[in-house]
Ligand binder design. Structure first.
Ligand code: MSP
Length: 533
């Protein structure tokens, strides 16, 4: 049986008594939150909830999110707004916290890179890298993009002719303008750690998701890595963490500072045996893969710290095929979306209609369609059907008809948890949801075809049908709790499943024989359609 098999996997997973640790990227505070940011949060939250769900009898999972507040971009944005930089970031950071709260993201820490413990952690990491011989001073010249906060190698730059005939240089990857810049900086010896990094990536095929990104990074690391400038002259950017030993002249490169947030949230530099580090999953967008899959593990290896298990890079949301961006004016305001359609319906759309390996088009119509057809007409309908006044759930679930059992539906119910677990191991939320909906559809079809309301004179058969269908609704709802917590809880409430029987141990057929006491008397509908004109 799944539960037993699952338990053995589970105990293996949690041998080390540490929480399953999931992170979102920390968000730049120089622009307002958009639906792409919400997507990173929701994916991380779903992964956290699912793994917490799996470890029901053990350590809970741990999730962090927050804001990335240092760097030239922020310094410039606050200057443009005519606001003192700290006041500017305080205000901007709040908008992301509001979004996380509004979307019911179950974060355990909202980290800000201006937090004291983070500044301390970043300086500590720097000192360790220095002691270990990975930091040196040098002259740095190269193509720098203010907007991307990074230097690009010559091979990643292309020349563009402007309308006035002048030349502009841009980064091929991001399309952002770059300028030639020369300065004295500290460097990280990325080339020295390259063999170790390559070895780690080659040995850990599940280090980077999806597969095509794994291959892309493997190729890049194989080609060889140049050393990385990890500080900026204070004269150019003063809004950053001072470099230990050079406090008056240099600040840390914003990506080194930002990436360290994942350690800060885990308690670094005071990591204990049950601290969350190493992270199990860093959820990121595809645009920041190099920073997470090359620089970050390189820093960690050089510092002698354990590496995260998985880096999961999701794709982007587009609008009618083009990238969502502020300059195109096609950015979707996530708070407004959540207000209009409801938290779980937006989550349901994001986790259903997105893929790690290709971009997806955002559409309000699609949110409404998913809500009305799948959540209301299929899932809601299934729950409401078994709660019909003509049936009796408590009597049905304690009956045990050998003749009228629907073996194929029972198999589908019992196979489902493991299927979902496998998809979630591959961070494939869309496939996990699709398998849950296959069960919901099978159960609906079974009710439709067997017409239990016509079986008043064959109660044994009616009860057997209602038992199998109720079990499909109950087990689906338990499994849906990580994806659509509010809606699935409302359904479990409607089925009168007791709160302590909503965990993985009850996610198989026949494991709960005590629900539904008044379910067939109430007649209310736990979910409503979204009206369209
Ligand atoms: N501050 C850095 C991350 C540092 S992590 C140590 C950053 N911030 S960001 O605000 O620009 O982006 C945060 C996340 O939002 C990224 O994962 C990015 O991929 C994601 N998205 C931004 N636009 C997006 C879409 N249009 N669609 C989906 N996600 C996208 O990068």
């Amino acid at each position: 049986m799944f539960t037993r098999q699952f338990n053995s996997t589970f105990f293996k997973l949690n041998e080390v008594n540490k929480p399953y640790y999931v992170t979102t990227p920390i968000f730049y505070v120089n622009a307002a939150p958009h639906v792409g940011h919400l997507h990173s949060m929701v994916l991380a939250d779903t992964i956290k909830r699912w793994n917490g769900f799996l470890s029901v009898t053990n350590t809970p999972a741990y999730l962090t999110t927050g804001t990335d507040e240092h760097g030239l971009k922020v310094q410039q944005a606050s200057a443009n707004a005519g606001v003192e930089t700290k006041a500017f970031v305080d205000n901007a950071s709040k908008t992301f916290k509001i979004l996380a709260d509004k979307a019911h993201i179950s974060y355990d820490r909202f980290i800000r890179t201006t937090d004291d413990d983070h500044i301390e952690a970043s300086r500590q990491l720097w000192k360790i890298l220095q002691t270990n011989g990975y930091i040196y001073k040098g002259q740095h010249s190269g193509w720098y993009s203010v907007s991307d906060e990074t230097f690009y190698p010559e091979t990643q730059i292309e020349k563009k002719k402007l309308e006035d005939g002048s030349d502009q240089y841009i980064s091929i990857e991001t399309g952002k303008t770059v300028e030639w810049s020369s300065e004295e900086n500290y460097f990280f010896a990325l080339s020295k750690i390259q063999p170790q990094l390559l070895d780690h990536i080659e040995k850990n095929k599940r280090f980077i998701f999806p597969q095509k990104r794994y291959e892309q990074i493997l190729r890049e690391v194989k080609e060889g890595l140049s050393d990385l400038s990890i500080s900026r002259p204070k004269s150019r950017c003063s809004w950053g963490i001072p470099v230990p030993g050079a406090e008056d002249v240099q600040v840390m490169y914003v990506w080194l500072d930002a990436l360290t947030n994942y350690l800060t949230s885990a308690g670094f530099p005071n990591l204990k045996p049950n601290s969350p580090w190493p992270a199990n999953v860093h959820v990121i967008g595809k645009d920041i893969i190099r920073f997470h899959a090359i620089y970050w593990p390189a820093f960690l290896l050089a510092a002698g710290l354990p590496l995260p298990d998985h880096i999961v890079a999701h794709s982007h949301w587009t609008m009618k095929g083009s990238k969502m961006s502020k300059s195109l004016g096609n950015v979707v305001d996530p708070v407004q979306t959540l207000n209009t359609f409801g938290v779980d319906s937006v989550k349901f759309f994001l986790m259903n209609d997105s893929f790690l390996s290709r971009d997806s088009d955002y559409s309000n119509d699609r949110i409404i369609h998913r809500h009305n057809t799948e959540l209301v007409n299929k899932y809601g309908n299934l729950v409401v059907r078994v709660c019909g006044k003509a049936f009796n759930i408590p009597r049905s679930i304690s009956s045990d008809s050998k003749i009228f059992r629907n073996e194929s539906l029972i198999h589908q119910i019992n196979d489902l948890p493991e299927k979902v677990a496998t998809h979630m191991k591959n961070f494939n939320t869309a496939q996990a949801l699709s398998d849950i909906w296959s069960l919901i559809s099978s159960a609906n079809t079974y009710v439709q075809e067997s017409e239990p309301w016509t079986l008043k004179s064959n109660i044994e058969k009616q009860d057997a049908i209602i038992k199998d269908v109720s079990e499909a609704a109950r087990v689906s709802s338990i499994l849906l709790n990580s994806f659509i917590p509010e809606i699935s809880s409302a359904m479990l409430d409607r089925l009168e499943v007791s709160k302590d029987k909503r965990n993985i141990l009850f996610a198989s057929y026949g494991t709960d024989t005590s629900y539904g006491k008044n379910a067939n008397r109430k007649g209310d509908y736990p979910i409503k359609s979204i009206e369209t004109d």
